[in-house]
Design a binder for this molecule. Structure first.
Ligand code: PGA
Length: 316
C-alpha cells in the first residue's frame, strides 16, 4: 500500500469548515463554535491555501460554498464518522477490561466447556468468569431469573424468547458394562430393551426427558425405578453392573473400556441431538457475553479440527 500522506489541514480547521459549510455563513459558524469571526476567516484562508482551491465564493451580499468546498465537507464528515467509530471501539475495549461472563451449562458440558472458555479468559484477564453447571431445568431457571446471560443446553425452553446458536452435536448412546455380550452383536432391535434395568438421571435432567420421549415414541414404557444424580454416578453404576444407561457420548472416555464401559449397538441409537448456545432476545447482552459469542463463533470449527476429538467421536 502507498504510504498515506497526512492531511494538510488540522482537526480544528475541519471542524470549522464543517460548521461554515453547513451553516453557509462565517458569522454563524463563529457563533456556534464560540470563536472570533476573524479566527474562522483565517482558518478558512489557511485551508484554501493548503488545498490550493477556493472553498467560498461571493454570492450577492453573502458567500456560497464552491464545489471544492462541498467536496471538502463530505470528506470531513467521513473523517468524523471514522473517528466516532474509533471512539466506540475504544469504549468497547475499555468495557472488556472489566466485567463478568455469566454462563450456565447443562451437566455434560462440564466435560468440555472449560476448553471453550480458557483462551478467552487468558485474552481478557480483567473479566470475571462465573460458570454454573446444573441440569436442564435448573439452567432454564437461571436464564429466566437473569442470573446468567448465556446458557448451553440441548432443549431450549419456548419462554423467554431466545436467540439460539447450535454449537455441538450431542449423540446419546446406550452403554453397558465392559464385556457386555451385546457389545459384540450386530445392531439389536430396540425391543431388546424390554425387561432391562435402565439407570436414569434425576428429574429435571434434559437427557432423561429426551431418552424417555424417545423410548415412549417407540412404544416402550421403561421402568424409572433407579435414579442417580449425575453422569459420573451413572457411569460407575453401569460399570458395576447395576444396569444399562443412555448418556451423552461426550460424557464418556473416547475409549469407554477405560472406564469399564461398552457402547451397545441398538437400532434407534444414538439419539441425535445438539447443544445450543442461547441468550435472551428481550435483554441486552453485556459486552463480555457478546465478545465470548464472537470468540466462540470464530474458534469452534478450528478447535474441533485441531483434535479436541469432540466432533470426531464415534457415535456407537
Ligand atoms: P442434563 O443435560 O441431562 O444435564 O439436564 C441436558 C442437555 O444436555 O441439554
Amino acid at each position: 500500500m502507498n504510504k498515506l500522506r497526512p492531511p494538510r489541514v488540522s482537526f480544528a480547521q475541519m471542524r470549522t469548515w464543517e460548521a461554515v459549510a453547513r451553516l453557509g455563513s462565517i458569522t454563524a459558524a463563529a457563533r456556534e463554535l464560540h470563536l472570533a469571526q476573524p479566527t474562522v476567516s483565517s482558518q478558512v484562508h489557511e485551508m484554501q491555501a493548503a488545498l490550493g482551491q477556493a472553498l467560498l465564493a461571493p454570492a450577492g451580499r453573502g458567500i456560497c460554498i464552491t464545489e471544492s468546498g462541498a467536496l471538502l465537507r463530505e470528506a470531513v464528515l467521513d473523517v468524523f464518522k471514522r473517528w466516532q467509530a474509533l471512539e466506540e471501539e475504544l469504549l468497547a475495549l475499555q468495557g472488556l477490561k472489566r466485567g463478568t461472563l455469566r454462563i450456565a451449562g447443562v451437566t455434560t458440558t462440564e466435560y468440555f466447556i472449560a476448553q471453550w472458555i480458557s483462551a478467552f479468559a487468558r485474552a481478557h484477564p480483567g473479566i470475571d468468569i462465573e460458570l454454573a453447571v446444573h441440569n436442564r431445568d435448573a439452567v432454564v431457571e437461571l436464564l429466566r431469573s437473569e442470573r446468567v446471560d448465556l446458557a448451553l443446553m440441548m432443549r431450549p425452553p419456548s419462554f423467554p424468547p431466545l436467540h439460539t446458536l447450535p454449537v455441538l452435536d450431542n449423540p446419546l448412546v446406550l452403554i453397558g458394562p465392559a464385556g457386555h455380550p451385546w457389545a459384540q452383536r450386530r445392531r439389536l432391535p430396540l425391543s431388546a430393551l424390554k425387561g432391562q434395568t435402565l439407570l436414569w438421571r434425576e428429574s429435571g435432567s434434559g437427557t432423561r426427558q429426551v431418552v424417555l420421549e424417545h423410548l415412549r415414541a417407540n412404544g416402550l414404557e421403561p421402568d424409572e425405578r433407579l435414579t442417580l444424580g449425575s453422569n459420573e454416578a451413572i457411569k460407575h453404576a453401569v460399570a458395576a453392573g447395576l444396569g444399562l444407561a443412555v448418556l451423552s457420548r461426550h460424557a464418556l472416555d473416547p475409549d469407554p473400556a477405560q472406564e469399564g464401559l461398552a457402547l451397545l449397538p441398538m437400532s434407534g441409537f444414538p439419539i441425535c441431538r445438539a447443544w445450543q448456545l442461547v441468550w435472551r432476545r428481550d435483554r441486552r447482552l453485556p459486552l463480555a457475553a457478546s465478545a465470548w459469542i464472537e470468540h466462540l463463533r470464530a474458534s469452534l470449527p478450528t478447535a474441533f479440527q485441531a483434535g479436541s476429538g469432540l466432533t470426531a467421536m464415534p457415535h456407537n
